[in-house]
Design a protein around this ligand. Structure first.
Ligand code: IPM
Ligand code: MN
Length: 356
């Protein structure tokens, strides 16, 4: 297989973690069967500095040409003034919209080696294996907004097709898992949520009556994620609820730095990115956790190219390296010993190269 991957490192720790992720893809290529060509372009603050736009035309063109997109992170204090005319985050939203990647898959699977890094007691972490499907191109992120000196407005809109396609994606994923979907909304307050709930109920009564549907209000879901995380299989929810709940859920896995994501459209041309941000506080120090980015390229191989064995080899290598004692500071063991970003990448690549 030969593929062109657009690499958009972005800001802060983005370049540091995407470098390790592309090295892992190089290691997969070195095993023989596949070739990956990487082309890099700017997005976010780096793009604003270079061109004034957070998602410039040359980046848009590269994304259109590529088979898949790997992104690091965007944002930082340099571009965050309250009156900034253009913000890095808008570049990421424009990219998601341009690719029409309406379903953002965020797997949350606990592993014993990282139980000590989680603030929850181990008995809560056993058998946690959740696939959060976050709607990614609608809702309050993309609605009309306005601002005057003393008032501001953000509109949340959802349409039937937007809800149907993401709920279908979640239900189809559940069919290949444990057959349960939890739909999270705020139907006791929001009309968008009442529409979401009635469409979800309809779909499960007609197309997906072989699956179990559970419905939760988002405030309760936030609590249940901590009190009974192992009960969840697939969670489907709207854009902002999914953003918030997955930062929470990441702590089941020990760190925000561990979680990957795959954003998919109907053509499987995906956008892959760790769920963490640009972490300006540690940027440039070489200590960021590259696992979220590396696990994102595993998702890239699985969902865009159907290379399940290669995806699993990367996932196995990440946890083998952690078990061998390689940890970045965010997931360091009780002895506090931590390695840097490149050493973590090296350890994962060494496992990959040594065990087929
Ligand atoms: C994420 C991030 C983004 C989001 C920001 C950077 C716009 O938090 O990917 O979760 O809110 O979607
Ligand atoms: Mn987020």
């Amino acid at each position: 297989m030969e593929a062109l991957i657009a690499v958009l490192p972005g800001d802060g720790i983005g370049p540091e973690v995407t470098r390790e992720a592309t090295r892992v893809l190089d290691a997969i290529a070195a095993r023989g069967a596949h070739r990956f060509e990487f082309k890099t372009a700017r997005v976010g603050g780096a793009a604003i500095d270079a061109s004034g736009s957070a998602f410039p035309d040359d980046t848009r063109a590269l994304v259109a040409e590529a088979d898949a997109v790997l992104l690091g992170a965007v944002g930082g204090p340099k571009w965050s003034a309250p009156d900034a005319p253009v913000r890095p985050e808008q570049g990421l939203l424009d990219l998601r919209a341009a690719m029409n990647v309406y379903a953002n898959l965020r797997p949350v699977k606990t592993r014993p080696v990282l139980y000590p890094a989680s603030p929850l007691r181990p008995e809560y972490l056993e058998n946690v294996d959740i696939m959060v499907v976050r709607e990614l191109t609608g809702g309050i992120y993309f609605g009309d907004r306005s601002r005057t000196e003393d008032a501001a407005m953000d509109v949340c809109t959802y349409t039937r097709p937007e809800i149907e396609r993401v709920v279908r994606m979640a239900a189809n994923l559940a069919r290949d898992r444990r057959g349960k979907v939890t739909s999270v909304d705020k139907a006791n307050v929001l009309d968008t949520s009442r529409l979401w709930r009635s469409i979800t109920d309809e779909l499960f009564a007609s197309e997906f009556d072989d699956l179990e549907l559970e419905t939760l209000l988002v405030d309760a879901a936030a609590m249940h994620l901590l009190t009974r995380p192992a009960d969840f299989d697939v969670i489907v929810t709207e854009n902002m609820f999914g953003d918030i709940l997955t930062d929470e859920a990441s702590m089941l896995c020990g760190s925000l730095g561990m979680l990957p994501s795959a954003s998919l459209n109907e053509h499987r041309k995906g956008l892959y990115e760790p769920i963490h941000g640009s972490a300006p506080d540690i940027a440039g120090r070489g200590i960021a956790n590259p696992c979220g980015a590396i696990l994102s390229v595993a998702l890239l191989l699985r969902y865009t190219f159907g290379l399940n064995d290669e995806a699993e080899a990367i996932e196995t290598a990440v946890y083998a390296a952690l078990e061998a004692g390689y940890r970045t500071a965010d997931v360091a063991g009780p002895d506090g010993k931590a390695c840097n970003t490149v050493a973590m990448g090296d350890a994962i690549i060494a496992v990959l190269m040594n065990h087929g």
